[in-house]
Design a protein around this ligand. Structure first.
Ligand code: EPZ
Length: 452
């Protein structure tokens, strides 16, 4: 099992490019099930979660083909060539919750879908009741058998409906993706109220419209979808990953670095930029290359990140987009452990998403938790230590803390990180970090962890 060994205390400086978005690419790939024609995606990151999705899609008859332009790096070509199997098995679904995204497209296109109910998750309670409520409103008969969700469309297919999709903590991202995708092929008009406004949903709606769908209101809480008979193939470029960009920006801040990010989706990060400005982190648009005028697309900007020597504390509450994203909460917490004063973070989306707190405390952080809220008392320094990654963003948090800490930090179970960041250590090392990826077995015995 891979482990990171990080020598801390280095400032990051240089230039990195933000890759395509994992959380956009996952529902985009599932949408290939909505058509019999090829779907070609560009700027697709090479991640464990996406490889799992390809395996699942192949079982469902949607194969990855290598015809041009799919021989190029970052280009993916998917083509649904068989509809004989519509069962997303537990073995695959348990590796990746986003498998649930295949439910809506299969149900709408094939009239039937059987998808294993996703199991537990380390970041907290993640039911799919809103997904099922939305699909049932479109006329689907939903049953739960042996841990599988079975969905059957009525005679003549799904029919449009007005659906309120809000839950206790607001909108659902993948729930909106599922119901919106299904509604594209339903008879009549569907209105989704309290839809998720995330940029990944906008990207999916834009691709579906390029496939012949009729969606309006993407990016707002009300989506209006006029059903069509069929959808055709498409070529689409995935939006840059705002969570990856936020992670790199905080990597620059926590190391008091000077970093330029290319392909940065600034327009999707305004809540983050606002909080960082209050902390003393400056983010300025710069030319995308010497002599080239700054990029005009605020979703693909080049920005320079610099910051004050000592960061100021802030108060943050995570919210659905356009609020502060929960997927940057852990990375922000790592950075605030070194701020000059007390910060407060309240986690409204996944109130239990704090497994990184104990690991940061092992590095000397002062963090006090009361339910969904933590108080972080800034310390002068973090000290390197062996720590354990528990989920994707918690592992990114520990990488940031390790780069800022004095001495050596050993992060176990970095497979969590590989789910959402492509070759993270290489890109950080290219701007001054010192991170080695080693096999746990090659560590000195006293640094290894007993698995199982
Ligand atoms: C997406 O998950 C992201 N995953 C998550 O990113 C992200 O944390 C989350 O949205 C919130 O922004 C992908 O896009 C693949 P939700 P999703 O449904 O769609 C409750 C990462 O690190 N809820 O928007 O599964 C739920 O419990 C991952 O990349 C219901 O109650 O999240 C939560 O409290 C982690 N019933 C809230 O809504 C439902 O049916 C938001 O969850 C669905 C959700």
């Amino acid at each position: 099992m891979d482990t990171f060994v990080i020598e801390g205390g280095r400032r990051l400086s240089g230039r990195v490019r933000v890759y395509g978005s994992k959380n956009a690419a996952l529902p985009l790939t599932a949408a290939a099930l909505l058509t019999d024609q090829p779907v070609t995606l560009r700027d697709v990151p090479d991640l464990a979660d996406l490889r799992n999705m390809y395996r699942l899609l192949a079982e469902l008859g949607c194969v990855r083909t290598s015809e041009p332009p799919a021989e190029q790096p970052g280009v993916l070509r998917l083509h649904t060539q068989s509809t004989s199997n519509s069962h997303a098995r537990y073995d695959l679904v348990k590796t990746m919750r986003a498998s649930i995204c295949t439910l809506g497209p299969m149900l709408a296109k094939r009239g039937f879908a059987r998808v294993s109910m996703p199991g537990g998750c380390s970041i907290g309670d993640r039911p799919v009741d809103l997904h099922l409520r939305g699909l049932a409103a479109l006329g689907a008969e939903i049953t739960l058998t042996a841990g599988d969700i079975t969905a059957k469309a009525p005679q003549g297919g799904l029919r449009g409906a007005t659906i309120f999709l809000g839950g206790a903590s607001g909108s659902t991202v993948l729930g909106t993706a599922n119901v919106m995708s299904a509604a594209t092929l339903a008879r009549g008009v569907t209105i989704i109220e309290s839809a998720a406004c995330e940029p990944e949903i906008v990207d999916l709606a834009n691709m579906l419209n390029a496939m012949g769908a009729r969606i309006r209101g993407q990016g707002s809480p009300r989506l209006i979808i006029e059903g069509v008979k069929e959808l055709h193939g498409v070529e689409h470029t995935v939006i840059p990953d705002r969570i990856e960009a936020g992670t790199f920006i905080l990597a620059a801040a926590i190391t008091n670095g000077d970093l330029i990010l290319d392909n940065c989706p600034m327009d999707a990060l305004l809540a983050v930029v606002d909080k960082l400005a209050a902390m003393g982190v400056r983010i300025a648009t710069v030319p995308s290359a010497p002599g080239v005028p700054p990029a005009i697309d605020p979703m693909r900007a080049s920005v320079r990140v610099t910051c004050d020597r000592v960061l100021k504390p802030v108060e943050v509450t995570t919210q659905p987009h356009p609020g502060f994203p929960t997927d940057i909460q852990a990375q922000l917490m790592a950075t605030l452990t070194l701020a000059d004063g007390n910060s407060v973070i309240t986690e409204r989306i996944f109130p239990e998403r704090f497994l990184h707190v104990a690991e940061l405390s092992r590095m000397g952080a002062k963090i006090y938790r009361q339910g969904p809220t933590v108080i972080i008392s800034g310390v002068k320094r973090l000290i390197g230590a062996p720590v354990m990654a528990s989920d994707l963003r918690a592992s990114a948090c520990l990488v940031l803390a390790g780069m800022a800490a004095e001495g050596t930090t050993v992060i176990h179970r970095v497979y969590h990180l590989d789910r959402g960041y492509e070759r993270m250590e290489d890109r950080l090392n290219s701007v001054g970090a010192v991170i080695k990826r080693v096999d746990d077995k090659d560590l000195p015995p006293d640094s290894r962890i007993a698995e199982g």
